[in-house]
Design a protein around this ligand. Structure first.
Ligand SMILES: NC(=O)c1ccc[n+]([C@@H]2O[C@H](COP(=O)([O-])OP(=O)(O)OC[C@H]3O[C@@H](n4cnc5c(N)ncnc54)[C@H](OP(=O)(O)O)[C@@H]3O)[C@@H](O)[C@H]2O)c1
Length: 248
């Protein structure tokens, strides 16, 4: 029976790499994205895997409900299955602004996507998770080390980690593991693509890591696939940093 993984923000960046990595591990992938993008589905199929696309805006509770129904219908149709084994709450937004430039709307948007979204999507999918399922919430190394102009973003990720720990306790009796992965600076579109495209930024951040470079999406994706594997079946409620040792 095909194991099923749902990944949010699967159209690009860490979510796309994670969707591809999970497909390589044999998961049927529900690639959830705001646009319902099917390019990632084609990429997975081209690599020999199986996937379907689902549309979700995690900031919109009605969209989460619709996506849940659509994912379950698609899973039934594609794999003749009715449960999900892995949920990766990856979709997220950054907010890099000094105190004086932050608006109430910025705060609400950041928390709606980074905290409320994962919470409501998890709530919607929990009845459909298999015994022994695994949830991974994508946090950030910035929940551990502070830097200027990251206050709201870092606070949202710390909140996500706290949800992670509490939900690990709530869902443990069903054998469901809940962990967070905390990436360090990683070369994606995030923060305007600065970690990928700005030599100055990349050099500065690389110098702050023990391993001397910023991360690649596959560094994070492979950590997520390892975390959901049975080798880590006894790990729950944890925050695992995958940052090459940034700002130690
Ligand atoms: N890259 C880093 O340095 C880094 C470091 C630590 C943590 N992270 C975390 O890693 C996760 C992925 O980031 P990334 O680096 O891959 O950044 P990215 O390339 O900017 O991708 C962000 C993803 O989140 C999706 N998203 C944003 N708002 C959404 C919403 N309301 N509903 C559904 N999807 C939404 C985006 O969809 P659209 O394409 O529709 O905008 C996109 O797929 C985020 O949670 C981020 O906080 C990244």
């Amino acid at each position: 029976m095909t194991r099923i993984a749902l990944v949010t923000g699967a159209n690009r960046g860490l979510g796309r790499a994670t969707a591809l990595a999970l497909a390589r591990q044999g998961f049927g992938v529900v690639a959830a994205s705001r646009s319902g993008d099917s390019d990632i589905v084609h990429a997975i199929v081209d690599a020999g895997g199986e996937a379907i696309a689902v549309r979700v805006d995690v900031a919109d509770p009605a969209s989460i409900d619709a996506a849940t129904a659509s994912a379950l219908a698609g899973i039934d149709e594609k794999w003749n299955a009715d449960t999900i084994d892995v949920l990766v709450n990856n979709a997220g937004v950054g907010l890099f602004a000094p105190l004086g430039a932050i608006t109430a709307e910025d705060v609400d948007t950041t928390f709606a996507v980074n905290v409320r979204g994962p919470l409501l999507l998890t709530q919607a999918l929990v009845p459909h998770l298999s015994q022994g399922a695994s949830i991974v919430n994508v946090s950030s190394s910035l929940s551990r080390h502070v830097s200027p102009a990251t206050s709201v973003y870092a606070a949202s990720k710390k909140a996500l980690e706290t949800l992670t720990r509490s939900l690990a306790l709530e869902l443990g009796p069903r054998g469901i593991r809940v962990n967070s992965i905390a990436p360090g600076p990683t070369a994606t579109d995030f923060n305007g693509g600065a970690m990928r495209d700005s030599v100055a930024m990349r050099t500065a951040l690389s110098e702050q890591t023990a391993l001397g470079r910023v991360g690649d999406p596959d560094d994070i994706a492979d950590a997520i696939t390892a975390l959901v594997s049975s080798e880590l079946r006894w790990t729950t409620g944890e925050r695992i940093e995958v940052s090459g040792g940034v700002s130690m």
